[in-house]
Design a protein around this ligand. Structure first.
Ligand code: GLN
Length: 543
């Protein structure tokens, strides 16, 4: 039976609960334990798939096609354990399940209520679909004190009782520094813990985010007021890179305190070599390159979380620091001179995924600039579709080329997919169907053609990458584009869906229909990102 660690947050949001949990999981893993991480999100959307990236940041997609919270990306990047549909649930999905059962008559005769029906559904979710994990970390989204997280907190309170010594609670708080008084303040932490205690949860570990070291006296005070042993009050100071967090928490005794809260005295010593190497590579780079990312959700960097991290991983692989220059693609639509101004110093250009017509023409201009100036270009999903449209318009002479996502282009070289195969099954979509959960989602195989750049980069013939899109490049345009120097180097195994397009006679020009950034890890950088950063390094020697 697995042991459970429930992670809650208090005082303010954005303290990095997801990262903290992921770092703790990686420390337990470093001691040889098998871990699993899940997140319970208190909002009503059934999943974050329908939310605007400005609203919720990136939507992270799992192999099995779930659209999940971006914290699951941190979990995978820190532990390497692939997340599943069963690792993220929302209030909306819980209610949907319960209401479906009610309609079916499963509760016949009963009044269906938050306690016990909703809380039971939450408990079932938190404990379902496990294998032989040693530790399961369950993060509760939101901040203690929110009305909407109450059913989740009640559910984990009950689980805590049922699991006894096999469950602990870790609470993340903020210890702010008041400059005028020159003091760190413990009161918000005390209040937040009181709030938890009032719903029957006594935290075992307090992880206190702070900009300044918390003196031992203050830690003792927090421990005393919050009824937590002093050695379980852990300071979590800001660090230079997120990949230093596991090392920093270990130095502060977090994993030690967690094991001792479970009464585990004979745990193996951790092997932290992986994290020491990553930290060293990030902190002591041997060079720098500039990569321009031309997107449309630039104002909120969380919208590109996995992408940013994958670029960092590409830097880790090559021991260089990558400076990312975020550019709003609409800039190029107003004024062509912006291209030189904003892309002139870029050693490589990346156009990431996106939805809708806004900013698309700017992305097309960026792809053209990269192609004509022989600057490495990486197009991801929408970025591939835009590169294909650009190639059709300006190289293959198909002037009106566009995507059906723009409304009516003539012709649509990128169009709505209504049918595709997954394994032996055919999945179908209709134009007027639901928007939620109906894209081509999750991992699909892709065949890489012999003698192409991507085949060399991956060193494999068959790859699996994760998708999240509604439109596809129409295979009818393969021949006209290949005639003018493009190569459709990655195809779905049935040969129907173009998954990768490249330009062989270009230093590095690759567009992929999938999202490679979802599978990159600091200790296992994605080959496309390693190769792309390497191409940027080569370019930097030229300019
Ligand atoms: N909007 C495009 C589509 O749905 C691309 C999606 C994406 O970039 N993830 O096909």
């Amino acid at each position: 039976m697995a042991r459970f660690i429930f992670v809650t947050g208090g005082v303010v949001s954005s303290l990095g609960k997801g990262l903290a949990g992921a770092a703790l999981a990686s420390l337990l893993q470093a001691r040889g334990y098998k871990v699993r991480m899940r997140k319970l999100d208190p909002y009503i959307n059934v999943d974050p798939g329908t939310m605007n990236p400005f609203e919720h940041g990136e939507c992270y997609v799992t192999d099995d096609g779930a659209e999940t919270d971006l914290d699951l990306g941190h979990y995978e990047r820190f532990t390497g354990v692939p997340s599943k549909q069963s690792d993220n649930v929302t209030t909306g999905r819980i209610y949907q399940t319960v209401i479906r059962k009610e309609r079916r008559g499963d509760y016949l005769g009963a009044t269906v209520q938050v306690i016990p029906h909703i809380t039971n559904a939450i408990k079932e979710f938190a404990t379902a679909d496990l294998e032989d994990e040693d530790f399961v970390l369950v993060e509760i989204g939101g901040t203690v004190g929110d009305i909407e997280s109450l059913p989740f907190l009640e559910a984990i309170r009950q689980l805590g009782n049922e699991l006894g010594k096999d469950a602990i609670f870790m609470h993340l708080t903020l210890v702010p520094y008041i400059a005028a008084a020159g003091e760190l303040k413990t009161k918000p932490t005390q209040h937040s813990v009181k709030e938890l205690q009032s719903i029957g949860i006594q935290p075992d570990i307090l992880l206190c985010r702070s900009e300044h070291p918390i003196p031992a006296g203050q830690r003792a005070k927090i421990g005393q007021f919050c009824n937590v042993p002093e050695k379980a009050v852990i300071q979590a100071l800001d660090v230079r890179t997120i990949y230093e967090v596991p090392l920093s928490y270990h130095d502060e005794g977090l994993d030690e305190a967690v094991l001792s809260a479970f009464g585990i005295e004979d745990a193996p010593k951790p092997d932290l070599s992986r994290w020491l190497d990553i930290r060293d590579r990030v902190i002591n780079p041997e060079g720098e390159v500039n990569i321009a990312v031309v997107g449309k959700y630039i104002a909120l960097q969380d919208a590109y979380k996995s992408l940013t991290e994958s670029i960092v991983h590409g830097g880790i692989a090559n021991r260089v620091k990558v400076n990312i220059n975020w550019i709003e693609s609409e800039e190029f639509e107003k004024d062509d001179s912006k291209l030189n101004e904003l892309l002139g110093s870029a050693h490589a250009i990346l156009v990431p995924g996106g939805f809708g017509e806004r900013g698309a023409e700017g992305k097309i201009k960026a792809a053209r600039y990269a192609r004509e100036n022989r600057i490495p270009y990486f197009g991801i999903c929408y970025g591939m579709q835009m590169a294909v449209i650009e190639g059709c318009r300006h190289v293959a002479g198909i002037e009106g080329a566009g995507t059906s996502e723009f409304g009516s282009s003539d012709p649509n070289v990128v169009g709505l997919m209504t049918e595709w195969t997954r394994g032996n099954e055919t999945e179908t979509r209709s134009e007027d169907g639901d928007l939620g959960g109906t894209m081509r989602l999750g991992a699909y195989p892709c065949h890489l053609l012999e003698g192409t750049k991507v085949r060399e980069v991956y060193g494999e013939e068959l790859i699996q990458e994760r998708h999240r899109h509604r439109y596809e490049v129409n295979v009818e345009y393969r021949a006209p584009l290949e005639e003018v120097g493009y190569k459709f180097s990655g195809m779905s195994p049935d040969g129907e869906l173009p998954e990768i397009v490249e330009i062989p006679d270009h230093p590095w020009f690759i567009g992929v229909q999938f999202h490679p950034e979802l599978k990159s890890k600091p200790f296992d950088p994605h080959p496309l990102f390693s190769s792309f950063v390497k191409a940027a390094m080569e370019q930097s020697r030229l300019v």
